[in-house]
Write a protein that binds this ligand. Structure first.
Ligand code: SF4
Length: 291
């Protein structure tokens, strides 16, 4: 019997018999594809080899991958996951991009022991990570792509049921920087390093400012930051105020100005037209076969 302690939820359940917060037992994936809508350094020209894992240890009420975070997907083995790495590599992927993989970290390590593609590996997560799980990824992951969602724990509690998010996430980010200390970019593609993502939420500009303050104070002005302004209400958020509306252009402008004021020069800014459900992939089909 193994008791799950993979993430800061510390559910301590035997996932073969019981569900923890993430809702997942065995390794499960929902979609694999060449994804062009990540940051330009990650998508490149051919697309990031993105694998969406089922379940989530945050389950934000506004999740843009709602069905997947709530468990949609199929159970596979680490061997099959290694085959997906190969298929993405053969299809021309610029990297292997593991999306919300926290709760499957042990099976992911096994899959890379079976097959390690000659591509950078991206760990794309919600930022709610335990240090011990991140240490398991040392030597496997080349690029960390974490969210830094909240500096305001009252929002973290309300929207992601994670009242200790700020403390957990900031420790995790510092660990990620330690594991990938240098940003290496060649031919407009990131090969190693870290990009911190922050989604600006409606009526939460102070939350954004707190995030940007921490980033500039702890990672310096040259840190790669992706300031996302594409918020649209999705899932449960459609009925929760004030996040039942799109982000206003003025809110995004204030966030951009604040990042500029702090001198965060390596900040990716989004086109305002990205705030649409059209930019959410069709999760009903996986372009790359999962089995
Ligand atoms: S990975 Fe899932 S079961 Fe394990 S501690 Fe985290 S939420 Fe709980």
């Amino acid at each position: 019997m193994s008791i799950c302690n993979n993430c800061p939820r510390h559910c301590r359940v035997d996932r073969e018999r019981q569900k923890g917060f993430c809702g997942e037992g065995q390794l499960k994936v929902a979609r694999a594809s060449l994804h062009l809508w990540e940051e330009p350094f990650i998508s490149g020209e051919k697309g990031s080899g993105t694998i969406f894992f089922s379940g989530c240890n945050l389950k934000c009420v506004y999740c843009q991958n709602y069905d997947i975070s709530r468990g949609k997907g199929i159970v596979i083995s680490p061997n099959q996951l290694a085959d997906i790495f190969k298929r993405l590599e053969d299809a021309g992927a610029e990297n292997i991009n593991l999306v919300t993989a926290t709760h499957f970290v042990d099976d992911i390590v096994k899959a890379f022991e079976i097959y390690k593609p000659s591509l950078p590996v991206v760990y794309n997560c919600g930022g709610y990570e335990s240090i011990s799980s991140l240490e398991k990824l040392e030597g496997i992951v080349d690029i960390f792509l974490p969210d830094f969602k909240y500096s305001d724990n009252s929002l973290a509690k309300r929207y992601s049921n994670a009242p200790d998010y700020f403390e957990v996430c900031t420790k995790a980010l510092l660990k990620m920087r330690e594991l990938c200390p240098k940003d290496i970019i060649k031919d407009n593609l990131m090969k190693k390093g870290m990009i911190i993502r922050h989604l600006v939420l409606p009526d939460a500009i102070e939350n954004t400012k707190g995030v940007l303050d921490f980033v500039s104070q702890n990672f310096g002005k040259s840190v790669y930051l992706s300031l996302m302004g594409q918020y649209v209400p999705y899932g449960q958020a459609k009925t929760i105020k004030p996040i039942d509306r799109k982000l206003k252009p003025i809110e995004y402008k204030i966030a951009i100005s604040y990042a500029e004021k702090l001198g965060l020069d390596n900040t990716f800014i989004q086109e305002t037209g990205c705030a649409s459900e059209d930019f959410i992939p069709d999760f009903d089909k996986s372009p790359i076969s999962l089995t």
